[in-house]
Design a binder for this molecule. Sequence first.
Ligand code: OAK
Length: 828
Amino acid sequence: AVPHPLGASHPLALAPVTGPASSVDGFVRQFLRNLNHERGVALSASNDADRYFAFALTVRDYLMARWLEDLRRQREKPSKGVAYLSAEYLLGRQLDNNLLASGLTDIATEAMAACGIDIDELRAQEVEPGLGNGGLGRLAACFIDSLATLAVPNTGYGIRYEYGIFRQTFEGGQQVEQPDAWLTLGSPWEFPHPEASRRISFGGHTETYDDEGTPRSRWVPGWHVQAVPYNYLVPGYLNGWVNTLRLWSAKATDSFDLRVFNSGDYEEAVRAQTYAENISKVLYPEDSTPQGKELRLQQQYFFAAASIGDFLEQLPDDFDLTTLPDRIIFQLNDTHPVIGVPELMRVLVDEKKLEWDAAWAITQKCFAYTCHTLLPEALEVWSVDLLGRLLPRQLEIIYRINEEFLDEVRERYGDDEMRIRNMSIISEFPDRSVRMAYLATVASSKVNGVAKLHSQLLREKVLPDFNEFYPGKFTNVTNGVTPRRFIRLANPGLSDLITEAIGTGWLTDLERLRELETYAENPDFRAAFAEVKAANKRRLDRVMRDRDGFEISDGHLLDAMVKRLHEYKRQMLKVLHIVTEYERVVSGRVAASDIQPRTFIFGAKAAPGYVMAKRIIHLINAVGEVVNADPRVEGRLKVLFTPNYNVTLAERVIPAADLSEQISLAGKEASGTGNMKFALNGALTIGTDDGANVEIRELVGDENFFLFGMSEPEVEALWARGYKPAEFYQADENLRRAIDLIASGAFSGGDKSVFEPIVSNLLYDDRFMVLADYSSYIAEQAKVDAAYADQDAWTHAAILNVARCGFFSSDRSIRDYIARIWHTPPVL
Ligand code: OAK
């Protein structure tokens, strides 16, 4: 049995497994019962889907008792909790995670073997819920895992999109998007609660009325939808604590059909229903590039209002609302749920009839805001036109918040019109609109960035006036990742090796990985560590052959760049490196036998409307096709672009990688979390001084990190001088040759026009300064090659990366949130 992480005497340190499935026999019986009663089939007649469902339900049954117990505990003796409001949760598959958290893995494996079932075939049945785009959504998933593991009462609130992030395929090397119908076969992990549905309103107008002598405002909405909650269990790791993820699904109401659209006409009524249910139909596939679409605002209000209402409704009737901040903190995951601010004010003032000032004092203590970007184009604004049409009362409230805020600013600084204009929540140009990040900042008790550098730039560059105005409001919480999923589940070989060396307990106390430092000096340990990496490469090879028909060659340095496709992340710089290596061989300047064999692996989805990102995908595939077919570099260079990169695939790629590419333009990547996952799995990083790379390098040491490129102040200075990319092109022969080769049509069957837009963008615009950092990148890659030639020294550095990155556990991030922002004591 696994020793309990909290210690045997802890109140929740129940025996790791109890309940109906707590023995192999018990598990088998419960599994067969679920197969018969929930799926309506006998074992002999069951298919893979039946078995997966019955299996998942058996795990769920086990966790159920704990869940109910913890919910009861919270009801009876409520303590302050966290409502994490996030438009995205990129969960990944649930089965293995829930087995691990419940300590059932061994029992379940044996039980399935006893039934003659291959548990891996069941695993393969699960469709991952892709309810997020990338970093922000995956971070939310890591955070709810850590909240449960730390036994902090938490509900994660979000949207149950019927279609998650699109499925990506390539046709002729170009991205094609397909709908992700993840719910076709249903999900065994969700509990619909239609009886707890909430009515969410939109449109209409506002009016004032006389409330027994007090003039008041109220909202007379135009239409409504039902928000139906679906609950998912979020089990802590072996601690008996289970939190809830509550995702809302939109359903039409009768009144919707009748009041707005119904003309007595059946087709119209169905159309109206479709309109309402569209709200939770599809995840917007834009990562950091909001389009300002009406449906998106509907989604945001839909889930923010449902979640806030849901929480308030659970309070006792006689609850003193002035103590609300002692009971809950609404954590805003970027600006997507910020419309919840005027919504809470509306409920407190219009419905609960609190005075404005009292309501505002409560609201300001109940919200905290995390910013996840620095890109100006990613800062959300909503036009006043649209807001007024969709949420007229909330818009009035935003105006009043702004007026009172600007009065305070005037009081402090006098009539400094420039400052007032700069700080106003309402911007006047190009259209009158609401700056959601400003609203979030004014309404929150704390504002945080997601890595040291990011938080500093947020204070100094994005919101400097607010930082001056609100001393102490800004803070940092560096991101983290859950070691349960990204080490224990993704890399069982490494996990076993670590446990053999330093014992158990590190999975909930990741700083203990430090104890591995001395093992780095041990040749046997290094050999075992290298063997784990090799085995992970063989495992990836099997996955890739199966999935995409790619092979991962033995002995190649596996160089991985997996993340959303975005110009600031600079996949383009990676392509230029590959083309340079290729060109140096085919031009005869370097012998193929003199270069370090490498396999480059890419995974990346581009927002469907992001034309340049899609061109870069096309170019990577085109370069891969030529390079992989050219006998002159055979056995030396290989380029794989695996389609539909997702959490499931990340769990296979990351443990196999030798080199982690974190090459964004300094000052643009808020944090990155892939960088942490790679380092914790023993890949070395080549990276710029950006986001959390800065902290990774501080921790692992300069000698175990490949740093290149301009720093953020150097980037600023070059911009200020006037950046002319063509000058860098002229100055570097390798760069000239690489770009010329792309421009020549060598990767497009001789057609020069195909990649011409990429080439001219690089030479004459290059917003993300790819050319400026090229020379230093290529020079650093040469150092990578040299370092990899000494395998044993490389392994030494890789072990030190693992040993020194315990800081990047999301458990530590959550502890920081608790200490700096939430002040929610663990209940255990
Ligand atoms: C998505 C939508 C709007 C604004 C930001 C994002 C986003 O995904 N940002 C990413 O968040 C991650 C988690 O904090 C960071 O690690 C990434 O650097 C950041 O790009």
